[in-house]
Ligand binder design. Structure first.
Ligand SMILES: [Mg+2]
Length: 232
């Protein structure tokens, strides 16, 4: 690893200015907006834990909850999309598994995965990892009067679920709000303008944290301060 920036004391990965995060948050920033995957949480959690968890339980979950309104809605969408006639649950399950294995971005599949994760978080089987500096940094920033937000490509419901069930407990009291791609894509400067308006602060008073250089560049294009967080 070249260098490993953390949320608490990292140098800014920027070719021009080299203020550090501590200076920025005490002197120059009214709110901090953070990415999740690769920034607060190990990227591998989604790939190695969440997706396999849903895949393993997909068939049994659908069979067990076929009569619940949420699963019934998923099954209706699958039957419609796949051109299945009647209520053939096993055919719908086979279709969902095929989509899952092909990593298809299909809304009905995503909705079902969300239901399975929701159940897993609620019964304690799933807990989201957060890097050890995350909770202390959030607490310190808030003590200093800085507002804290999330901006992630996962849905706001998924973000809240993740932070409500972390290995450090429920971290949702440490956030003032959540943004997802309904505010626009993370590589578009306009999204950061939209979020700044929603928060009600000037872009120059906002700091964005992300592991993704393109997202950092988009935030800077919108006039934000931004730090690229580099994790081991
Ligand atoms: Mg990320």
């Amino acid at each position: 690893m070249a260098n490993s920036n953390t949320l608490s004391d990292s140098p800014v990965n920027h070719p021009v200015s080299d203020f550090n995060l501590h200076t920025a948050i005490t002197a120059d920033v009214d709110a901090i907006v953070t990415d999740i995957e690769g920034t607060t949480t190990d990227l591998r959690f989604v790939r190695d834990t969440l997706f396999p968890y849903a895949r393993e339980r997909l068939a049994s979950f659908v069979r067990e909850h076929a009569d619940s309104p949420d699963v019934a809605r998923v099954l209706e969408q699958v039957a419609h999309l796949a051109g299945l006639r009647g209520a053939d649950i096993e055919a719908s399950i086979a279709k969902l598994i095929a989509w899952s294995d092909a990593d298809e971005k299909i809304t009905a599949l995503k909705a079902l995965q969300g239901l399975i994760w929701n159940a897993g978080y609620r019964d304690g089987a799933l807990r989201a990892p957060v890097y050890p500096d995350v909770a202390p940094a959030l607490k310190r920033w808030r003590t200093n009067g800085i507002r804290t937000y999330v901006y992630s490509s996962g849905s706001i419901a998924a973000q809240q679920l993740l932070f409500a069930h972390t290995i450090e407990g429920d971290l949702t009291p440490l956030f003032d709000g959540y943004f997802d791609t309904t505010s626009g894509g993370k590589l578009s400067a306009d999204s950061y303008r939209t979020i700044a308006s929603a928060i009600g602060l000037l872009p120059a008073r906002l700091l964005f944290l992300s592991d993704h250089a393109g997202e950092v560049a988009a935030a800077r294009e919108a006039g934000w301060l931004a730090v690229q967080v580099v994790r081991p």
